[in-house]
Design a protein. Structure first.
Length: 255
């Protein structure tokens, strides 16, 4: 099983989802190789498109399906055309194709979504769908991405099982996406400057804004004041006393 994930911590969540799909509840001491799972991923985080292309051109990729639970770059067209690239997108496709889907969904006020597992094509997030699974959007971005990767692993184990059953070595049937309409937005990837917090928002919206950007690899919500950028994480309501919104603050000198 080949896993292409640009965040190693999400690879771990994906693998535990695979093990859950294969063996039910996973004993805490069980390791991925206990079930014959041999993902290949870079040592550490992939940080450039050049490194990503090098990884995807490696001869160890093999001939089976390649799962992309979280990938930051465009997959080479030649590899996509093999039909082996399996993507995961946290919307009910074709709704919300495009970038930063988690953040855009939370900005819409959504609390739940679907994780779509699909065959990647040369058109972004437009390939036929193998399966959709419910996904909750509560918690920090880290929490949400962990759930996404875990659920992607469960789906991947099912798909891998279909691939290897009786040595068929072919993917299960998929369903073409319905035609996108004007009511299906195409999301745009957010830019770092869009993490600036509008302090005029209501508390609930501020809470959502901070938590949707609260993952180590994301540009955190921030407030600019003088020479400092104040980054905000760990947003929570003090339910025991005043009900006020609290967050952790980190002061950085502005560039």
């Amino acid at each position: 099983m080949i896993v292409a994930c640009s965040q190693p911590n999400l690879t771990k969540a994906f693998l535990y989802g695979v093990m859950r799909g294969a063996a039910g509840d996973v004993p805490p001491q069980m390791k991925p190789f206990d079930l014959g799972i041999f993902p290949y991923h870079p040592e550490g985080e992939v940080t450039t498109s050049e490194e990503a292309d090098l990884f995807l051109s490696d001869e160890r990729i093999g001939a089976g399906p390649i799962f992309f639970p979280y990938w930051h770059w465009k997959v080479p067209v030649g590899l996509v055309k093999t039909g082996r690239c399996i993507g995961f997108h946290p919307t009910d496709l074709p709704y919300g194709r495009g970038g930063s889907p988690i953040q855009n969904l939370i900005l819409e006020g959504r609390r739940n979504t679907y994780l779509s597992c699909y065959q990647m094509t040369d058109e972004m997030d437009a390939g036929p769908v193998f399966r959709k699974s419910w996904l909750n959007l509560d918690g920090s971005a880290s929490d949400i991405y962990d759930r996404l990767a875990w659920e992607a692993g469960v789906i991947a184990q099912w798909l891998w099982g279909e691939w290897t059953t009786e040595q068929k070595l072919q993917l299960p049937e998929s369903t073409p996406q319905r035609a996108a309409t004007a009511s299906d937005p195409v999301f745009v990837r957010r830019k770092p400057e869009q993490s600036a917090l509008d302090t005029g928002l209501k508390q609930e919206k501020i809470h959502d804004f901070i938590r949707m950007l609260d993952a180590p690899w994301l540009p955190h919500a921030f407030v600019q004041t003088g020479d400092y950028k104040i980054e905000l994480t760990n947003a929570r309501f003090d339910l025991g006393r005043t009900g006020e919104l609290r967050a952790d603050a980190r002061f950085r000198r502005a560039d």
